[in-house]
Design a protein around this ligand. Structure first.
Ligand code: NAD
Ligand code: DAU
Length: 342
């Protein structure tokens, strides 16, 4: 059996999909390190953690001593860092947790990985580090300038720079992936697509920020994970890979697709816009396609239908995650918006 891979944030939306895919496509053992914040959920790894091939450890990537103990305990080939505070709206409300996990946590992992001779470090980053893209501008490429708009994206950009600094200064073997908006099963309902699906299924209003004409590039989480695995195995050290679904859509159009697919009579409600809201993201995947032999394969219409079906058939999952803290967040966040203020 080959050495292990540490997947941080593996109980989250993308991390859990990545763990599933890694178990199928590699021979490595997988160790998941996750703090189980509000967004982490062990149910996301149901049927996956077996205590042998795949093990789970609860803890924070900011805890140097814990990370050191884990990496000393067995031979790790690499770390794939998916752990993060990931929601833009929450970063606007309170930025400090984003700095702790996304910036300090990444540096802790880099330092300990270097001390323990871990071969490769993959940082799962985001296209949001490039900021707002004008409608008529060419899509982001790996070399586009960093211009983050929100505390979330600024913390991710800071982490990317620390990862590149570790490569330049210490010769560390690092790879960065920057992906556009993911959707798919097990996404926490604070995010746009699951929030709209669940509100549509429950007959609640769909809160569209501003005019709803902001553009996001949507990619199925499984397509993202496949690209990350290729970058982990075949990516050049020090390289940045942009990943996207080649699927730009206005938010309002996605909302109407969801209403139609769920046959919901829910109202669309235009609410006060997100401060500093980026109007458009778009990714040029041609470079990554050439360098990694990867292209997205799941059509948005098919992936969205499959995702809606997943939420329809997993009510216990979302009833659990929507109770408690999330309810308080939802009421605080959406309760404070004024409808019809466009
Ligand atoms: P998520 O919020 O669903 O999951 C994040 C996970 O990290 C959770 O399981 C949480 O418990 C864990 N975590 C948080 N703080 C931690 C800490 N200090 N120590 C250990 N674990 C901690 O997020 P996601 O959507 O799955 O995103 C995963 C990664 O991908 C993030 O780095 C995010 O920036 C990046 N990304 C997300 C998207 C997207 O559309 N969701 C797109 C591009 C990149
Ligand atoms: O681009 C990659 C990024 O995509 C990731 O790095 C982030 O972790 C991830 O959260 C996502 O960021 P966005 O801010 O683009 O995603 P979000 O789901 O929050 O919002 C998507 C779009 O929908 C955005 O234009 C804001 C809008 N929106 C969102 C919510 C939650 C609404 O109109 N209403 C809402 O209630």
């Amino acid at each position: 059996m080959s050495s292990s891979i540490l997947v941080t944030g593996g109980a989250g939306f993308i991390g859990s999909a990545l763990v599933r895919r890694l178990l199928l496509s590699t021979e490595s053992n997988i160790v998941v390190l996750d703090a189980l914040t509000y967004a982490g959920n062990l149910e996301n790894l149901d049927g996956v953690i077996d205590g042998h091939r795949c093990r789970f450890l609860r803890g924070s990537i900011t805890d140097t001593r814990l990370v050191e103990t884990i990496l000393q305990g067995e031979k790790f080939d690499g770390i794939i860092n998916c752990a993060a505070e990931s929601h833009v709206d929450r970063s606007i409300e309170s930025a400090v947790p984003f700095i702790h996990t996304n910036v300090v946590g990444t540096q802790v992992l880099l330092d300990v990985a270097r001390r323990q001779n871990v071969r490769r470090f993959l940082q799962m980053s985001t296209d949001e580090v490039y900021g707002d893209l004008p409608r008529n501008a060419d899509a982001f490429r790996s070399t586009s300038p960093l211009a983050p708009s929100s505390p979330y994206s600024a913390s991710k950009a800071a982490a990317d720079l620390l990862v590149l600094a570790a490569h330049r200064t210490h010769g560390q073997d690092v790879v960065i992936t920057r992906c556009s908006n993911n959707y798919g099963p097990r996404q926490f309902p604070e995010k746009f697509i699951p929030l709209m699906i669940l509100n549509a299924l429950e007959g609640r209003p769909l809160p569209v920020y501003g005019d709803g004409r902001q553009i996001r590039d949507w990619i199925h989480v499984d397509d993202h994970c496949e690209a990350v695995i290729r970058a982990y195995h075949d990516g050049d050290s020090g390289a940045v890979y942009t990943i996207g679904g080649d699927c730009e859509r206005e938010n309002i159009d996605v909302v109407h697709m969801i209403l139609k697919a769920t046959a919901s009579a829910s109202a669309v409600t235009h609410v006060t816009d997100r401060p500093g809201h980026d109007r458009r993201y778009a990714i040029d995947v041609s470079e990554t396609a050439t360098r990694l032999g990867w292209t997205p394969s799941i059509r948005f219409e098919d992936g969205l239908a499959e995702t809606i079906e997943w939420y329809r058939t997993h009510q216990a999952w979302w009833t659990n995650v929507k109770s408690g803290d999330y309810r308080t967040y939802y009421e605080r966040h959406y309760g404070s918006f004024h409808e019809g203020t466009l």
